[in-house]
Design a protein around this ligand. Structure first.
Ligand SMILES: [Cu+2]
Length: 330
């Protein structure tokens, strides 16, 4: 696959280099949650733009009532998680992760580029708190979405806060504000290089980003206008891991091959597109758009947000008790 939004190839194929990093101890505020009313809903679209991704046809889905955080998990909250649990991400274990080349310093840029997508570079030491490698930091990005986290890392964080990843159906249902028929979280109006609703690419991909939205890479999780329900950045900024395995529902030979690969790589569905998407090249910031990446991949444009079956204030009580118990000397 040659796409702006995915660095093809599995992280697991690369050598595992153990690294030792200091722990950041900033306190991340828990995000707000919105109660989402379930019901009969749907996933995908009958008007697919990128058919190979399995956007269509629209599939009926029954969604239960659930709670969803208004924004993606920030670097600050992920730092809390790591400080409390000592969790080691998969990118740390593997010793490298995919970084969008424009975010790199010239020195690091000489690193190995990823196959057919030269704007993706495999950077040794790129991890969540040094998203572009050892010369970078998140100090000025604590309110940005955490990146360089795999699906497995996201699931571990979700368990820590007593939540889970949303299903693809839940994610779309919340992004549409229920059963509204709309292409984007803000409605049907197409963003342009001048009229900006979210953090995507402006200009000619991949050589020139006019930065009309103010961001080359990620933006703070509360950037741009929220939906009427209070959700931020479903479209653009970072791809968000969902709970679901990635499959293309089609009988075509191409779909069959893609599904075989997805099964082998344990691909999961990501939603929402990222700061790299542009209509001309990777039109994946629509609600129905999707991408499949292996559960152990980490990159500089993928993060996640948390869903709950019960209101997390109840969960929060359990969590702080659990942490107290853990820190009691024995
Ligand atoms: Cu894209």
């Amino acid at each position: 696959m040659s796409e702006c939004c995915s660095a093809a190839g599995r992280e697991g194929e690369h050598s595992r280099i153990g690294r030792d990093h200091p722990v950041i101890t900033s306190r991340g505020k828990p995000a707000e949650v919105v109660a989402v009313k379930g019901g009969e809903s749907f996933v995908g679209t009958n008007d697919p733009v990128i058919a190979a991704d399995g956007e269509g046809p629209a599939r009926r889905a029954i969604v239960g009532d659930f709670f969803l955080e208004t924004e993606a998990v920030t670097n600050a909250r992920f730092a809390d998680f790591v400080a409390a649990t000592g969790y080691v991400t998969e990118a740390e274990t593997f010793g490298c992760a995919a970084v969008f080349s424009h975010l790199l310093t010239q020195k690091t840029n000489a690193a190995q580029s990823v196959g057919a997508t030269p704007w993706w570079v495999r950077v040794p030491g790129a991890i969540w708190k040094m998203p572009e490698g050892p010369e970078s930091s998140i100090d000025d990005r604590l309110d940005h979405p955490v990146t360089q986290v795999s699906w497995n890392d996201a699931v571990a964080f979700a368990a820590w806060v007593g939540g889970r990843l949303p299903t693809e159906a839940e994610w779309e249902h919340a992004a549409r504000g229920g059963n509204r028929r709309r292409r984007y979280p803000w409605g049907d109006e197409e963003p342009t290089d001048e009229k900006i609703f979210c953090n995507i690419w402006q200009g000619h991909f991949p050589h020139c980003n006019s930065l009309a939205d103010g961001f080359l890479g990620t933006a703070p999780v509360r950037s741009f206008a929220p939906t009427e329900d209070g959700f931020y950045n479903f479209s653009g900024n970072v791809w968000e891991w969902s709970a679901d395995p990635f499959r293309v529902r089609s009988l075509s030979r191409q779909a069959k091959m893609r599904n075989q690969e997805a099964r082998k790589n344990v691909d999961k569905v990501l939603k929402g597109g990222s700061f790299l998407c542009h209509t001309s090249y990777c039109y994946r910031y629509r609600i129905a758009a999707r991408m499949g990446l292996s559960a152990d991949s980490a990159s500089s444009n993928a993060g996640f947000r948390i869903a709950y079956d019960n209101h997390p204030s109840d969960v929060g009580v359990q969590r702080s008790q659990a942490v107290e118990v853990m820190s009691t000397p024995v």
